[in-house]
Design a protein around this ligand. Structure first.
Ligand SMILES: [Zn+2]
Ligand SMILES: [Zn+2]
Length: 153
């Protein structure tokens, strides 16, 4: 992905810039992500908070996951598009909705999680790391980095 990468919501009220390569780009097929996106899966970039600049008015909503962790997501106050999230399990990092980039032409997940809830018609690319649920963060990160290296990225 070309840096800096810019993105924003549909109404233009919130814009952001990513200034360093994401740590990981993932797709999550869990039911909660299906609900919040109204789609088959969500896609997100995990980025260090210091390399993510967001401007515009956002509203926050927090939810406690089944495992007891708090996740807060931030949405545009105008159009309601979800912009990013912060969570207990990823301190110092933001989970940015990758479909919001202005240029989504090379947005491809490096890892798939919660594939136990994957829609049956979704076929994952050969060799893409896939986890039935979620694994240890370091294990998932290593799998994503290995896949990135194998693809020449
Ligand atoms: Zn908006
Ligand atoms: Zn999910």
């Amino acid at each position: 992905m070309k840096l800096p990468a810019s993105g924003g919501c549909q109404c233009g009220g919130v814009t952001f810039t990513i200034t360093a390569d994401p740590i990981m780009h993932y797709a999550c097929h869990c039911h909660s992500c299906q609900k919040r996106t109204g789609s088959a899966f969500s896609m997100g970039f995990l980025v260090m908070e210091e390399s993510f600049d967001v401007s515009g008015e956002v509203t926050a909503w927090s939810r406690t996951s089944d495992s007891g962790n708090t996740n807060t997501r931030y949405s545009c106050a105008g159009c309601g598009n979800i912009i990013y999230g912060l969570g207990d399990t990823t301190p110092g990092m933001a989970k940015v909705q990758s479909g919001l980039l202005d240029d989504t032409s090379d947005v491809e997940p490096e890892l798939h999680m919660w594939t136990c809830r994957k829609q049956p018609w979704v076929t994952l690319p050969a060799g893409a790391p896939a986890f039935d649920k979620e694994a240890d963060a370091m294990e998932m990160l290593q799998a994503a980095l290995d896949y990135r290296a194998a693809r020449g990225g």
